[in-house]
Design a protein around this ligand. Structure first.
Ligand code: GRG
Length: 281
């Protein structure tokens, strides 16, 4: 994945090199590459060539990284630590971090629209539309908006699930569906993978909230305890620690069960939710 990202990210050059250095700094700061893993694994179910899957995975990781760079800005979450390193605006400056995020977002669509990603224009258009919807105001950006308004506003469990499905779940849904789009699979397979990703995404988010509540910043590679400090409702604050753990277990099992129609080629996807609810970063 990192080889393909290195190839697709511009090499810093000219008088605008600083923004390209910041893009590379943010992308190569050492994320888990979870969304790329989901794209590659779901694409594997449909025997999609690895090169095509990795290009889509790189586009998605670029969007994910942009969201982290912007989320860390002083006007949003105001964070100094991400992926165990100083955040992009701390390492560079705020204007550069905004521009690096913008450039990562637009680069993603340049990658998807390129013929090298898939020979069929219809497939490329499907990928562009899918990622745009997942990242936009009905997806990640909309969820972030709800989250920005959260302090002082009361959110019940249903609101929290909606917020999280939009803010973090939408990119996971695209990650899993992207394999089926690339493989030109039918709507049943696409729906199955989206349903898997919905359960998976929520289990992932509950674990992220547990890490924020119980975790250690050193292991997590980011600041912890922020949700409580900001008075944000999460499924952990609403259901308690044990209740949230039980919910994550239930969702992981349901996600794995969604893949009953696939054979052993889906085993990695089946074990992944259990591994993720056991993580500390
Ligand atoms: C600024 C438009 C905009 C959106 C920001 C995703 C997001 C929306 C903010 C990130 C804040 C956050 C901590 C969300 C919780 C879940 C999450 C996305 C965690 C980070 O994802 P990982 O754990 O990160 O996959 P790595 O660094 O491993 O890639």
């Amino acid at each position: 994945m990192d080889r393909v990202l290195d190839e697709l990210l511009p090499q810093p050059h000219g008088r605008h090199a600083r923004v390209q250095e910041a893009m590379r700094y943010a992308v190569f700061a050492g994320g888990k590459r979870l969304r790329p893993f989901l794209v590659a694994t779901s694409a594997g179910l449909f025997h999609v060539p690895a090169r095509q899957a990795l290009r889509v995975a790189a586009a998605l990781e670029a969007v994910h990284t942009y969201s982290l760079v912007h989320d860390d800005l002083p006007c949003m979450d105001d964070d100094v630590l991400r992926r165990g390193k100083p955040t992009t605006h701390v390492k560079f400056d705020e204007a550069t971090a905004v521009l690096a995020g913008d450039a990562l977002l637009t680069l993603a669509f340049e990658i998807l629209a390129d013929e090298e990603t898939h020979p069929s224009a219809e497939v490329r258009a499907g990928l562009v539309t899918g990622l745009a919807k997942a990242a936009g105001s009905e997806g990640m950006v909309g969820g972030q908006m709800m989250d920005m308004r959260a302090p002082g506003e009361s959110h019940d469990a249903e609101d929290v699930v909606t917020l999280q499905r939009m803010k973090t779940g939408a990119l996971f849904e695209f990650a899993c569906e992207a394999g089926a789009i690339l493989g030109e699979a039918g709507s049943a397979a696409r729906d199955t993978l989206r349903a898997y990703a919905r359960d998976f995404g929520l289990a992932f988010q509950i674990t992220d909230d547990l890490i924020d509540t119980l975790g250690d910043a050193g292991a997590a590679g980011k600041s912890v305890g922020k949700d409580k400090d900001q008075g944000k409702a999460t499924l952990v604050s609403l259901h308690g620690i044990e209740g949230a753990r039980a919910e994550a277990q239930k969702l992981a099992a349901r996600a794995a069960g969604r893949l009953a129609g696939f054979r052993e080629e889906a085993d990695l996807l089946r074990v992944l939710p259990y591994r993720l609810i056991d993580r500390d970063r």
